[in-house]
Design a protein around this ligand. Structure first.
Ligand code: MGD
Ligand code: MGD
Ligand code: MO
Length: 755
């Protein structure tokens, strides 16, 4: 082959001066209000406010700067000096704003007034809070509660979320999907079934004791950069990190700590992964099967001393079936499905075998697949073989997304009634909660498409932009009777409105929340089940804002009949009363919540699986014998690619801070498709060429995105990459994890057409 195009990449390490420049660019663009530095210095520290970016743990002994490039961007984005006012909405019609990019919409700044959508003029107009609450209450009273969706994007506090879910149940439904339904719901369902805990078993301390970390499909450098510090420390004390990811993500290759002057000056960072395996998207079941096969073989060679047989006998079910499946799986198929060589997989497995304590880390690369359940189940298998769950320095560690997404599920934000203490709610609030299963995100989309959903309330987020099959759901959205969005900034979802529609502006977490009882604290739960108090100190962006809790209470009061046990006004005045309610409902985990919420490092609500108490049906931890080796159910075919949708280093989900994906070497654009040079040659494509991506699900729906630029990139054959949310219209709604219904945003079947 002649003249293969050079693949694009970032030449420096993660962190370093690049990350400081990244923060500087956001500061220039947002011109944050004065005092932002002191806010940043209190970020993620006891008595300060908890970052609204990712859910990574907050250590007991924080760094001077306990924030990262992307946490700083999130804070500056919230504390922008730009304002999106009624005058702005008078100038621009809603239809006109649909032509704006995600970045430009949010860049208008903080929403300042409650707004009502006026269909006659196609403009948002300012209204009073009273008007909004009364109109929303009247609409909710007029419809069947089972046709309403109460969505939450995982930021709102434990207090607000607890009341929001209570409101839904008092009103009459369990339709409580949250962003977790597009994210780690695969984790909640899989881990709950297999180890009896819907969340990970590790805490931050485990990273100080582990000998090896196996990393699957989580982009640390961009999505949880504070995790780079414990990883760096682990490597420095000899821990081995083995990574499985189709993309060579910079953060997992080399890190320069901005807190380390020597590294900053020399530009020499710490190598992170000792081995990096570029698995095909959807190839992890096969790859982990290969790891397990090697462990079995090695166990035989060592006369049965390698597996933790005592642990397996006492604590596990399904081992023999799993072993039989592993034995029956050929290396040939493993190599074909994973795209990795047996030699490389065996070298990785040697690290597992030599390590006394192993942690398995993962993110969206495992959860967002049609067989996401089996992806995670295979990682559980690998860990269980040597008793790597439920002892110090070992465990399973899903890296959560939104800063309180895990906590929202903990305090009742769930469509699955069996996961919620409904009996306790009944007793505390004197009512009969609905017991039927509510809608997930996918169910909600289907209900909007078939017109059975009448109302949608969004407690934050950008639902319509984050879901799959956006091109189909957008036109159906406007058939709803009522849509309500509680938000800090304008986004695309706000431009699609039901017959009655309100946009309600709320305080951000960094802002002072002053209520009748004085300034209020809120709480959040991090990825490690630690609960932290968060106190905002900044002056609110507008005097017309209300807190999320006050908005939820306002709508609830306008909707529900009076009930002496349900004291919305008192709760709004003093969030401590809500924490007392949480402590009463979830006594074991949240007792004395008010007293404990400012414990350094947060208070731990515990995890039974960590103690090897398995709250599963069998009372044991489960091995799984997967029926397939490939995490997608769309067969390979000539010209069909597996599209992976990912985040850049310059976005938080649908919030696009800017157009610099520095860590992948892509600057100034997001309308790209990354593809490897060999695939380019086979398809006759050249760098810079504009192509069309076409959905290839063969379900009768046309899905196309035009004018995407081809960028040569180091990737496995057949795996191509593009950005979320721009490519969401290509994802079929039925392309979701079979067990949890988490949309499969990875390994989406597509074809490439010229032009
Ligand atoms: N700055 C910033 N931080 C964030 C977010 C953000 O948008 N910006 N979002 C937050 C949220 S809500 C979430 S859920 C998390 C998401 O954080 P991640 O879990 O890191 O999610 P993605 O950005 O989707 O990246 C998925 C990774 O999986 C890899 N991958 C894709 N397919 C496969 C596969 O089949 N197998 C394997 N092994 N790997 C695969 C991709 O190459 C990529 O590195 O981050 C949170 N933190
Ligand atoms: N193709 C593809 N699709 C995906 C994913 C993917 O990897 N690929 N990832 C999925 C994942 S993991 C997730 S979590 C979802 C994310 O889906 P969402 O959580 O729904 O989306 P966000 O982009 O986080 O929401 C951004 C909006 O939240 C509002 N907001 C910001 N701060 C606050 C606040 O403090 N309070 C309130 N009330 N509002 C606030 C702002 O108006 C902002 O525009 O997307 C999913 N969709
Ligand atoms: Mo997420």
């Amino acid at each position: 082959m002649t003249d293969q195009p050079k693949t694009v990449e970032y030449k420096s390490a993660t962190g370093g001066w690049g990350s400081l420049r990244g923060m500087g660019q956001t500061a220039l663009s947002e011109m944050p209000t004065p005092g932002v530095l002191s806010t940043l210095l209190s970020q993620n520290k006891t008595g300060g406010f908890m970052c609204t970016s990712c859910a990574w743990g907050k250590p007991k002994h924080p760094h001077a700067f306990e924030f990262c490039e992307n946490g700083a961007k999130a804070t500056m984005w919230e504390l922008t000096s730009h304002r999106c006012t009624p005058e702005f909405f008078a100038k621009h019609s809603v239809t006109e704003l649909r032509g704006w990019s995600d970045h430009d919409l949010e860049h208008e700044g903080r929403l300042t007034h409650p707004m009502r959508y006026d269909a006659a003029s196609d403009h948002y107009v300012a209204c009073s809070w009273d008007e909004a609450f009364t109109a929303i209450g009247a609409e909710l009273k007029a419809i069947n509660p089972k046709t309403a969706i109460f969505y939450a994007s995982g930021r709102a506090s434990l207090e607000t979320t607890y009341l929001y879910a209570l409101f839904a149940r008092l009103y009459g439904h369990n339709n409580l999907p949250d962003s977790s339904n597009m994210c780690h719901e695969t984790t909640s369902v899989t881990l709950n079934k297999l180890i009896g805990s819907p969340v990970g078993t590790c805490t931050l301390d485990d990273f100080e004791e582990c000998d090896a970390i196996f990393f699957f499909g989580q982009n640390t450098g961009t999505n949880s950069p504070r995790f780079l510090h414990p990883l760096q420390k682990a490597v420095e004390r000899g821990c081995k990190i083995v990574t499985f990811n189709p993309i060579r993500e910079k953060g997992l290759i080399e890190f320069i700590s901005p807190q380390n002057p020597a590294q900053m000056v020399t530009g020499k960072g710490t190598p992170i992964s000792s081995q990096y395996l570029q698995v095909r998207s959807g190839g992890d079941i096969a790859a982990i099967m290969g790891l397990c096969k090697f462990v079995f073989a090695e166990d035989e060679r060592r006369s049965g001393t390698l597996l933790d047989r005592a642990f397996i006998a006492e604590h596990c079910t399904g081992f023999d079936e799993f072993r039989a499946t592993a034995d029956a799986t050929s290396w040939e198929r493993i190599e074909q499905e994973s795209g990795l060589s047996r030699t490389d997989i065996e070298a990785a497995a040697k690290v597992y075998v030599e390590a006394e304590r192993v942690i398995g880390v993962y993110g969206m690369g495992l959860t967002q697949h049609v067989h996401g359940f089996e992806n995670i189940a295979m990682l559980v298998n690998l860990l269980l073989m040597r008793g790597n769950i439920g002892r110090p320095g070992a465990g399973i560690c899903p890296v959560r997304g939104h800063s309180n997404v895990q906590g929202q599920r903990t305090v009742g934000m769930s469509e699955k009634p069996d996961l919620v203490p409904l009996g306790k709610f009944a007793e505390q609030f004197g009512f009969d909660p609905p017991r039927d299963r509510g809608m997930t995100t996918v169910d909600a989309c289907e209900g909007i498409l078939d017109n059975s959903v009448q109302a949608f309330i969004g407690l934050g987020g950008n639902f319509l932009r984050a879901i799959p099959d956006q091109g189909r759901v957008e036109p159906a959205w406007e058939r709803m009777r009522l849509t309500v969005q509680i938000a800090t900034k304008l986004n695309r979802n706000h431009l699609f409105n039901g017959k009655t529609a309100y946009l309600l502006p709320c305080l951000g977490r960094s802002e002072e929340d002053l209520q009748a009882g004085g300034p209020q604290t809120v709480t959040i739960e991090d990825s490690f089940s630690h609960i932290h108090g968060s106190l905002g100190h900044r002056k609110p962006a507008s005097e017309h804002l209300k807190s999320e809790l006050a908005i939820v209470a306002g709508i609830a009061m306008a909707t529900l009949p009076a009930n002496p046990k349900v004291r919305w006004a008192d709760w709004t005045g003093d969030y401590g009363l809500v924490r007392d309610l949480i402590a009463e409902t979830y006594h074991e985990q949240f007792h004395d919540m008010n007293a404990r919420m400012f414990e350094p490092g947060g208070f731990y609500r515990g995890n039974s699986a960590r103690e090897r108490i398995w709250k599963t049906e069998s009372g044991k931890a489960g091995f799984t014998a997967p029926e397939m080796l490939c995490a997608t159910d769309v067969a390979d075919a000539e010209g069909r690619y597996r599209l992976v949708t990912v985040r850049s280093n310059d976005q938080f989900n649908t919030t696009i801070y800017g157009y610099s994906d520095r860590l992948r070497g892509i600057e100034g654009k997001r309308d790209v498709v990354l593809i490897n040079p060999a695939d380019m040659a086979r398809a006759g494509l050249s760098a810079g060429q504009r192509i069309t991506l076409v959905g290839d699900a063969e379900d009768g729906h046309v899905r196309r995105i035009e004018r995407l630029e081809i960028v040569p990139f180091d990737l496995p054959d057949g795996t191509i990459v593009g950005y979320y949310p721009e490519l969401n219209p290509l994802i079929p709604i039925q392309h979701h994890d079979r067990n949890s219904k988490t949309p499969a945003s990875k390994a989406v079947p597509v074809r490439i057409e010229a032009g």
